[in-house]
Design a protein around this ligand. Structure first.
Ligand code: HPA
Length: 269
């Protein structure tokens, strides 16, 4: 807990107010942070015990301030397993946000569509996940002050928050898909055989983030809202190769829609 206290002290020194919501911005979705009014920027490297993000286009800083009338603390750039970060390091900032007193966590990510009814640019509300990384951020000694050794995972993706996001989508004439997110380690994209297997398991979208953050949030009792942007069809769904460039281009092109959804959701919360 001493580590947390040192990190919290550094954050609290700079924060403009008590944050109500934590936001994690996925690949190409960082521009949402540009809409924060009077933003206070805190690079991860200025927060003791925080790992630093190295993923392309993930700048690696907290941006705090007002967004749609709510006090938010935003992670512009997240930490991924494929960068070599441990699951514990990846969720460290999630626990910091809980300790700062946020009411809920909003996670966004870029994902490959496995549901044949999806098209790139679609937004998918995550109803549940399948953790295919083989790892957990809760491995190792349990800090009872954060949460229980064996925590329930039956309602990670808070139903009330999902209803609010659905209302926000309807208000903004945004089509919102629903589905199951499969979390993998990456950094390689999946093989077509893996995607066929994940579809049999019940997955609708696949990505390289989110599951550890959601597990840590569930552990410490933080309600989660999570939205995937389908940036590409997953491997083997179309007769074409995948690329990081396609992911970023789709995220750039449709980022505004996700921004509208998040902003309206914050207004309604
Ligand atoms: N697979 C894994 N992660 C992803 C994908 C994908 O197809 N698209 C965006 N992130």
């Amino acid at each position: 807990m001493k580590q947390f206290e040192e990190s919290l002290e550094a954050l609290r020194e700079s924060l403009p107010g008590q944050p109500e919501f934590g936001l994690v911005l996925g690949s190409g979705l960082g521009p949402i942070a540009e809409c924060i009014e009077n933003p206070v920027i805190i690079p991860y490297r200025e927060v003791p015990h925080m790992a630093v993000s190295t993923a392309p286009d993930h700048v690696g800083r907290f941006v705090a301030g007002r967004l749609s009338g709510r006090q938010v603390i935003c992670m512009q750039g997240r930490l991924h397993g494929y960068e070599g970060h441990s699951p514990g390091a990846i969720v460290y900032p999630i626990r910091l946000m809980k300790l700062l007193g946020v009411e809920a966590l909003i996670l966004t990510n870029a994902a490959g569509g496995m549901n044949p009814g999806f098209v790139p640019g679609d937004l998918m509300l995550i109803e549940d996940h399948i953790n295919m990384t083989g790892k957990s951020p809760l491995t190792g000694p349990n800090d009872e002050a954060l949460g229980p050794r064996f925590n329930d995972m039956c309602s990670v993706y808070d139903v009330r928050l999902r209803r609010v996001a659905e209302r926000a989508a309807a208000d903004s004439s945004i089509t919102l898909r629903h589905g199951i997110y499969v979390g993998v380690n990456g950094p390689q994209f999946e093989t077509p055989a893996e995607i066929r297997a994940f579809r049999v398991l019940g997955g609708d979208a696949v990505g390289m983030s989110t599951v550890f953050e959601a597990i840590a949030a569930a552990h410490c009792g933080l309600p989660v809202l999570a939205v995937s942007m389908i940036t590409n069809m997953a491997a083997g769904m179309l007769p074409q190769a995948l690329s990081g460039q396609e992911v970023n281009e789709t995220a750039d092109r449709h980022g505004g829609t996700l921004q509208t959804l998040i902003r309206r959701t914050l207004e309604l919360l």
